[in-house]
Design a protein around this ligand. Structure first.
Ligand code: AMP
Ligand code: MG
Length: 418
């Protein structure tokens, strides 16, 4: 394991880490879990491929037609004007024409049918005219047109899908197209999580004065279920050192990763830090971002710890911007997915303090056919309704000093991002 001692001790200036630095460090430190299992193709949706899949044959297996029309030899056609060809048979998908297409001949062919021997070109039926037993082909055809070559999707022996790929709908289809029925996938990541805070109440009972319902565990339930992890929900842990220590020790025994929320901000972090020093090696980070400034990352026993802040919106920012990629890497995903930032015109002016990266809740929508983004809801880091109303983060870079109406900003769409 690489060094995960506290940044506070390593970095005398107690400098705030940039978002990019924090993500890079986390991703660089974690190593994929071992262990895999074999699953039937459908059950592998959302799982991570544990070994390369090699194409056992060409895909497609034969040269075939991309259109409904006539399979011909290109050299049958006269350079100018129409050519009359004798129609000598029919080739259907799944029912090939077994003869040879000779010069001056054509075979009626359907999409997906094997290209008959001798033929090299397909002419779409819409441009032809027919008479009994013959077809007229206009000039202007190209040699090889409307055909699909054997192996053009995948050549036999090629790596059809590399280990580390997360299996989505396209991958399910691709695996099936190879005739492969069972795949080796990484075992599921085991993630334990709990909320910390004496003020937290469980849903289903009335709130006492000063209490708030614990929402973070529900958000995390959703995020981690979508990730495809085996989740271990450990409930609420009060702000007492013994309780926290016991919870962390228990989690570290069963989980690959532990996610906590709350208790990492200045003031609260002191007793947490003592416990984590005792149980493992954890760095406390101050990130120059908003929201989500405090975060802890490191190891407790054999488990990776992601200590997220308590504020509900900050939880989602820290998870999506930092923890998620580290969890994907732990799960065996390689390469990590790209997270595109799209440039969209801002419909509103935005105030911004230079020197930190900000993640505002925004909504991208079309106004008179043009895509624009505006902020939604109250931007407080505890206000979850803004997350629900939003469909993107507006990501403002450290050096940005504010945005004028009509200026372009970068957005990260939620759809597909977590
Ligand atoms: P903390 O980081 O523990 O200081 O918490 C920051 C803020 O987030 C406080 O207002 C907490 O009440 C709130 N908070 C912490 N944990 C949760 C939770 N699990 N659900 C809802 N709010 C929380
Ligand atoms: Mg707290």
């Amino acid at each position: 394991m690489t060094d995960t001692t506290s940044c506070l001790s390593r970095d005398p200036a107690n400098r705030a880490l940039s978002a990019a630095e924090a993500r890079e460090r986390m991703v660089a430190e974690v190593t994929p879990i071992r262990g895999h299992e074999y699953l039937p193709v459908r059950a592998a949706l959302g799982r991570v491929l544990a070994a390369d899949i090699i194409a056992p044959h060409d895909v497609p297996a034969h040269d075939n037609s991309a259109m409904d029309g006539y399979a011909i030899r290109f050299d049958s056609l006269s350079a100018e004007g129409e050519t009359r060809l004798a129609v000598v048979g029919t080739a259907l998908a799944g029912n090939a024409f077994s003869g040879l297409v000779g010069k001056g001949q054509a075979v009626r062919i359907m999409t997906g049918a094997v290209l008959p021997a001798g033929a090299d070109t397909v002419v779409v039926q819409e441009v032809t005219r027919t008479e009994p037993g013959a077809v007229f082909i206009p000039s202007g055809q190209r040699s090889g047109q409307n055909t699909r070559k054997a192996g053009e999707d995948l050549a036999r022996g090629a790596v059809a899908m590399a280990a580390g790929k997360r299996i989505g709908p396209a991958e399910l289809g691709l695996i099936a197209s190879l005739g492969v029925a069972e795949v080796a996938v990484k075992r599921r990541l085991r993630v334990a999580f709990f909320s910390t805070g004496d003020e937290l109440a469980s849903i289903g009972k009335p709130l006492a004065p000063g209490e708030v319902y614990d929402s973070n565990r529900y958000t995390l339930h959703g995020l981690l279920t979508r990730l495809g992890a085996d989740i271990i929900d450990m409930g609420v842990v009060p702000d007492r050192p013994e309780a926290l220590e016991a919870a962390l020790a228990e989690a570290a025994l069963v989980a690959d990763a532990i996610i906590t929320t709350g208790g990492v901000s200045v003031g609260e972090a002191d007793f947490v830090r003592d416990i984590l020093d005792k149980l493992g090696q954890v760095s406390f980070w101050k990130l120059n971002i908003k929201p989500g400034r405090p975060m802890a990352f490191g190891k407790v026993g054999q488990a990776w710890l992601f200590g997220l802040p308590g504020n509900p919106v900050a939880v989602m920012v820290s998870y999506t911007q930092f923890a998620l990629d580290a969890l994907l890497r732990l799960s065996g995903v390689d390469p990590l997915p790209e997270r595109p930032l799209l440039s969209v015109e801002s419909a509103v002016a935005i105030k911004k303090q230079v020197g930190r990266r900000e993640y505002l809740r925004g909504r991208v929508g079309a106004v008179d056919g043009r895509w624009q983004v505006k902020m939604v809801g109250n931007q407080g880091s505890g206000v979850l309704s803004s997350m629900s109303e939003a469909n993107c983060f507006i990501v403002l870079a450290e050096e940005c000093a504010g945005v004028a109406v009509g200026e372009n900003v970068q957005v990260q769409l939620f759809e597909g991002a977590f």
